[in-house]
Design a protein around this ligand. Structure first.
Ligand code: PHE
Length: 440
């Protein structure tokens, strides 16, 4: 029942058994919120870009979203059994091609071409795609900004490289942050400097310090803008509390996450690290060492503008769009909170069409993201979140039952009961039709 081809942003691709892009996703591929004038995603991008000198950092903001599995995973060192590769996490165009799940998909090609453009770093902003849960901070399409900075070490001693990196660091502004906690910069177990690939601890340390300085600047800028937008000039001058946490990415080592104290909670802002030397070598940059980071633009925009729900970014309602001006950060004013209406749906898993096909003996595996996508397909942006509220296994029969609560709420109007009942009925019938479950 699958068409033989799929057309994405005007380019037609062959489909196969891997294809899992719902037609409801297609309009998003051409929205380009990060390039839409006045839009908070575009404004946020520009605020962050302003902290990276254009003489050093090339900007790439129009790279198309369809990339190869090699670009998105293989070239970045993702192990072959990494969960990120699964069809339940990633949108496959076909076996060889995906909608990029992160801007890192463009690392290798940009490392290769940067020098020719006379730059030693880049910023890439783009739409990225992930199959995920439904709630106020997750959406199957969002925007990332990735940055990287390379330093030339050819013909230099380790000491000369370190001096050069630190001299560059000294030239940077001092960020208004307080580092509350920090994991060890180096030689953490399981998060090593790539000594076996030719990095000395001193070199990696200098690159890591440069990276941290640059990203602390990003955070201090974002937080002073957020405070000013809220009219709090005193808070805008205060130091923002951050902490560095040891992390893992297949393409950096050592790797870190930067977290920020926001309304009493630690909020993860970005991932980053020292680029693995084998990946640089592979991209033709044997003579360089460097850092990279990736951040989610929505998360930062939500916090700067006080936007409470990620669905709002996609709203075409003038009451949303009309609030923003190019280059201005101002608190979002909620136009109204419309009533919430929830419906529960419970089902036995592995006992629907798959079980029948297998002669009643166990069916297809249940993937929550498939369920989430089905609900999005029916309810679109009228679904605020979906939560698992009950799960049990029958002690005698071993049958497993799940119960999900679907919260329906429009951002733009009050939903009628009939409308929500209609949506819920559709969710139920599609569940029976498309998934291996038995409704209760
Ligand atoms: N691509 C990573 C992500 O999406 C972020 C990252 C980018 C981490 C660059 C390290 C270096 O989670």
């Amino acid at each position: 029942d699958l068409p033989n081809t799929i057309t994405l942003a005007n380019i037609t691709h062959n489909t196969d058994s891997h294809t899992n892009i719902p037609s409801t996703l297609l309009p998003y591929l051409t929205r380009n919120l990060h390039l839409t004038p006045h839009h908070p995603i575009s404004n946020t991008r520009q605020i962050i870009e302003s902290l990276f000198p254009p003489s050093t950092f090339a900007r790439y903001n129009t790279l198309p979203p369809v990339v190869t599995v090699a670009q998105n995973f293989d070239c970045l060192g993702f192990p072959s059994d990494h969960v990120g590769r699964s069809k339940s996490d990633t949108y496959y165009v076909n076996r060889y091609t995906v909608l990029r799940t992160h801007t890192s998909a463009h690392q290798a090609e940009k490392f290769r071409t940067l020098e020719g453009e006379g730059k030693s770093g880049y910023l890439i902003s783009a739409d990225v795609y992930r199959r995920d849960a439904i709630d106020r901070s997750h959406y199957p399409v969002f925007h990332q900004m990735e940055g990287a900075r390379l330093f030339d070490r050819e013909g230099k001693s380790g000491g000369e490289l370190v001096d050069e990196v630190l001299r560059d660091l000294e030239g940077m502004e001092v960020p208004n942050v307080e580092v509350a906690e920090s994991c060890a910069l180096f030689e953490e177990e399981g998060n090593p400097v790539q000594v076996n690939k030719g990095h000395s601890v001193e070199e990696a340390e200098a690159v890591g310090r440069h990276l941290r300085r640059q990203l602390e600047l990003v955070v201090s800028k974002v937080f002073s803008e957020a405070a000013l937008a809220a009219g709090d000039t005193a808070a805008a001058k205060e130091k923002v509390k951050v902490r560095w946490v040891s992390a893992y990415f297949p393409f950096t080592s050592p790797s870190y996450e930067l977290e920020v104290l926001w309304n009493g909670e630690w909020l993860e802002i970005l991932g980053c690290g020292v680029i693995r030397q084998d990946l640089l070598d592979y991209a033709g940059r044997k003579g360089s060492i460097g850092w990279a980071f990736g951040l989610g633009i929505e998360r930062i925009a939500m916090l700067m503008y006080g936007i409470p729900d990620i669905r709002l970014f996609w709203s075409q309602d003038e009451r949303f769009k009309g609030q923003f001006r190019e280059g201005v950060v101002k608190r979002f004013e909620a136009f109204s909170k419309y009533p919430l209406c929830f419906k529960d749906v419970a089902f036995w898993v592995g006992e629907g069409r798959g079980a029948a096909a297998a002669g009643g003996a166990g069916g297809e595996e249940f993937h929550e993201n498939d369920f989430m996508e089905l609900v999005r397909g029916v309810g679109g942006d009228l679904v605020e979140d979906v939560k698992l509220i009950d799960e049990f296994t029958h002690p005698k029969t071993g049958r497993k039952s799940l119960c999900y609560r679907i919260n329906y709420r429009s951002l733009e109007r009050t939903l009628t009961n009939e409308e929500v009942d209609g949506l819920q009925a559709k969710v139920r019938s599609q569940l029976e039709e498309k998934m291996d479950v038995q409704l209760r």
